[in-house]
Design a protein around this ligand. Structure first.
Ligand SMILES: [Zn+2]
Ligand SMILES: [Zn+2]
Length: 153
């Protein structure tokens, strides 16, 4: 097999994503195993998913803010908190999804609802503390991937 980008050179590695051969120059660029096309695709996917999350956060915050579903006993700005809790739920979900991507929990059908409830609580609690970090992280990711996108050859 020869390099995908340089048909005259022999391939020294194979892109794990598309299976095309890569020569020394192409496989060593930026320490990535993926070929340039696949790196671009991955980056575009990363940008899209981060923007997607940011849009979801904004929409949820707006919805929560408008619904103002918390029982307001103490007065104060409960609508802000309502929005924040909805955002926390999704940020928690994003954190756990990226951390436990390959983890499979086994629950019986009887305890499935309990598991769902437990997950929901864990997401909200985690997200409550991590939401600002996760939002900032998504923004950084969009900027970083956008800036480096054009430099991939
Ligand atoms: Zn590839
Ligand atoms: Zn090459």
């Amino acid at each position: 097999m020869n390099c995908k980008n340089h048909p005259e050179r022999p391939a020294v590695s194979v892109c794990p994503e598309c299976g095309h051969g890569l020569c020394t120059e192409c496989s060593n660029s930026r320490g990535s195993l993926l070929c340039a096309d696949c790196r671009k695709t991955k980056k575009a996917e990363n940008i899209a998913s981060s923007i997607g999350y940011l849009v979801v956060f904004a929409v949820l915050f707006f919805v929560g803010y408008k619904l103002d579903f918390l029982p307001s006993k103490s007065g104060g700005d409960q609508s802000f908190l309502s929005g924040y809790i909805l955002v926390a739920l999704v940020t928690g979900w994003q954190v756990f999804n990226s951390l436990l991507r390959n983890t499979v929990f086994v629950f019986s059908a009887d305890t499935a609802w309990l598991y769902m409830l437990l997950k929901l609580i864990v997401y909200i609690v985690t997200g409550f503390f991590l939401a600002p970090v996760v939002i900032a992280w998504n923004i950084v990711k969009v900027f970083y991937h956008s800036l480096t996108y054009t430099s991939i050859r």
